[in-house]
Design a protein around this ligand. Structure first.
Ligand SMILES: Nc1ncnc2c1ncn2[C@@H]1O[C@H](COP(=O)(O)OP(=O)(O)O)[C@@H](O)[C@H]1O
Ligand SMILES: [Mg+2]
Length: 401
C-alpha cells in the first residue's frame, strides 16, 4: 500500500463508480490479509497498539511467548494482557524503546521487546497512529552469557585454589620428612626403653598417616579442579562405581549407612576418563552419605540406559534440599556443612560436561534426594536439528485468493 493511498481514496470516493469502489476495497482487504500473513509467519511476536495502548492486532507468536489469547486480546489494554508492563513510562510517540523482560507464563523465558511509534500522514497532517511492539525470545543468549560468566568464575577460582593447595603441599612434604627423621632418631636412641620407643613410634605413625591423608586429599582436590584434558578409554561404569564405593567403605560402615545397588545387565561400555568419573561419583555418594541419618540412612544406586545415554542415579533418604538452596547448589563455596567446601557439585558438573553429559538433581526437603548423572553413549559430532513442520512453511505465501 503506497503512502497516502487511503487518503487519496477517501477524498475521491465520490468520483468512483460502485464497481471501482468494490475493486479498491477488495484490494485493500487483500493487502491487509497479506500483511497479517506476514506477521503470522514471524517467529517474533508482533502487537499493534493504538495510541492508548489498546491492542488492535496480535500475531500467534505472542501466544507462544506471552501466553496471550490472540483473539480475546484484541480491544484490550496491553497492561491488562501483559501484567507488570509500565505502559505510562514506555509509550512515547517520539521515541523507540527496547527493553528486556522476564516472563513466567507460559514458561520462564527472557524476552526483549522493541516498542516503536507508528506515525503517519492522515489527510496531509502528521498523526500519531499507535505503536508496534516486536517481541523477541532471548532466553538462549542470556543462558549462554550466564554460562560464560560461570565458567570464568570457575577459572578464577581454580587458579586461586590450585595456588593455595600447592603452597600447602610444600610444608606437608617437609613435615613428612621431618617425622621420618624423628622416627629414625627414636629407633637409634639407646637411652630409651623399648616400650617407650614403641609408644613414641606409635604416636608418630598416626601423625604420619594423617599427613598422608591430607596429602591425598590435596592431590585429589588439585586433580579435580585443574582443567584437564580428558584421558578417555573404553570404561565399564559399574566397575568405576564399585571402585568408588570401596574408597568410601570405611565412612559408610562407620555411619551404618545401607547401600543397595540396582544395576542393569549389559550396560554399554563408555568412553570415560575413569579417574575423573570416579571423583564425580565419589562426591555425589559422599554428599548422600553426609545427608542421611546414621543407622536409618540408605543410599540406593541405580543404572539404566537407552539408545542415546546411560544414566546413573544415586538416591538417598537424607535431609533433602530446600527450594531456596536448590538455586545455589552449583555456586562455588555454597555449603550447608560446617566443614564443607561447596565445591563438590561444581566439580561434578564440570567433569560431566567435559564428557558431554549432564547432572540433574531432584530433591524434596525432609524426604531425600536423587542425583542423576547422564552420560552420552556416543560422542556428538553433529546434531541434526528437527525437521521443521512440513505443513507449516516458515513464510505463508498463499495469499492470492
Ligand atoms: N544428597 C544431598 N542431600 C542433601 N543436600 C545435598 C545433597 N547433595 C548436596 N547437597 C547440598 O548441596 C550443598 C553443596 O554440595 P557440594 O557442592 O558437594 O559441597 P559440600 O558437600 O562441600 O557442601 C551441600 O552443602 C548440601 O547442602
Ligand atoms: Mg560435597
Amino acid at each position: 500500500m503506497k503512502d497516502g493511498f487511503l487518503d487519496k481514496l477517501i477524498s475521491r470516493l465520490d468520483r468512483f463508480s460502485p464497481s471501482e469502489v468494490q475493486n479498491l476495497v477488495s484490494r485493500l482487504v487483500r493487502e491487509k490479509g497479506f500483511m497479517e500473513n506476514v506477521f503470522e509467519s514471524l517467529r517474533e511476536g508482533v502487537l499493534i497498539l493504538d495510541p492508548e495502548g489498546v491492542i488492535t492486532f496480535a500475531n500467534s507468536a505472542t501466544n507462544r511467548l506471552l501466553g496471550i489469547n490472540t483473539a480475546k486480546s484484541i480491544g484490550q489494554k496491553v497492561t491488562a494482557v501483559i501484567r507488570g508492563i509500565d505502559w505510562q513510562s514506555l509509550a512515547n510517540p517520539n521515541r523507540v524503546v527496547s527493553r528486556d523482560m522476564e516472563v513466567f507464563y507460559p514458561e520462564n523465558r527472557f524476552l526483549n521487546f522493541y516498542l516503536a511509534p507508528i506515525n503517519g500522514q492522515v489527510r496531509d497532517t502528521e498523526e500519531h497512529l499507535g505503536y508496534v511492539m516486536l517481541i523477541h525470545d532471548v532466553t538462549d543468549s542470556i543462558k549462554e552469557r550466564e554460562e560464560t560468566i560461570e565458567s570464568e568464575k570457575l577459572n578464577a577460582l581454580t587458579f586461586l585454589a590450585a595456588g593455595v593447595a600447592h603452597e600447602i603441599g610444600n610444608p606437608l612434604n617437609s613435615l613428612d620428612i621431618h617425622l621420618q627423621l624423628l622416627n629414625r632418631k627414636i629407633r637409634k636412641n639407646d637411652e630409651l626403653a623399648d616400650d617407650s620407643k614403641a609408644d613414641l613410634q606409635n604416636l608418630l605413625g598416626t601423625a604420619q598417616q594423617e599427613i598422608r591423608r591430607l596429602d591425598n586429599i590435596l592431590k585429589q582436590f588439585l586433580n579435580a579442579l585443574r582443567p584437564q584434558t580428558l584421558d578417555r578409554e573404553p570404561t565399564a561404569l559399574h566397575k568405576v562405581l564399585k571402585d568408588t564405593l570401596e574408597t568410601l567403605e570405611a565412612e559408610l560402615t562407620e555411619r551404618e549407612v545401607q547401600v543397595s545397588l540396582n544395576l542393569v545387565d549389559n550396560l554399554p561400555i563408555l568412553q570415560l576418563d575413569s579417574a575423573q568419573i570416579q571423583q564425580a561419583i565419589y562426591n555425589i555418594i559422599r554428599n548422600a552419605a553426609q545427608a542421611v541419618a546414621s543407622k536409618s540412612g540408605w543410599i540406593s544406586i541405580e543404572s539404566s540406559f537407552n539408545d542415546h545415554e546411560v544414566v546413573l542415579s544415586i538416591r538417598d533418604n537424607g535431609s533433602g534440599i530446600s527450594p531456596e538452596d536448590m538455586g545455589a547448589l552449583f555456586e562455588p563455596y555454597r555449603t550447608t556443612k560446617e566443614a564443607g567446601t561447596g565445591l563438590g557439585l561444581l566439580i561434578v558438573r564440570r567433569i560431566l560436561r567435559e564428557h558431554g553429559g549432564e547432572i540433574e538433581i531432584d530433591s524434596e526437603a525432609g524426604e531425600g534426594t536423587v542425583v542423576s548423572l547422564y552420560f552420552p553413549r556416543f560422542e556428538k559430532r553433529v546434531r541434526l536439528l528437527e525437521e521443521p513442520d512440513a505443513d507449516k512453511p516458515l513464510i505463508d505465501v498463499e495469499t492470492s485468493k
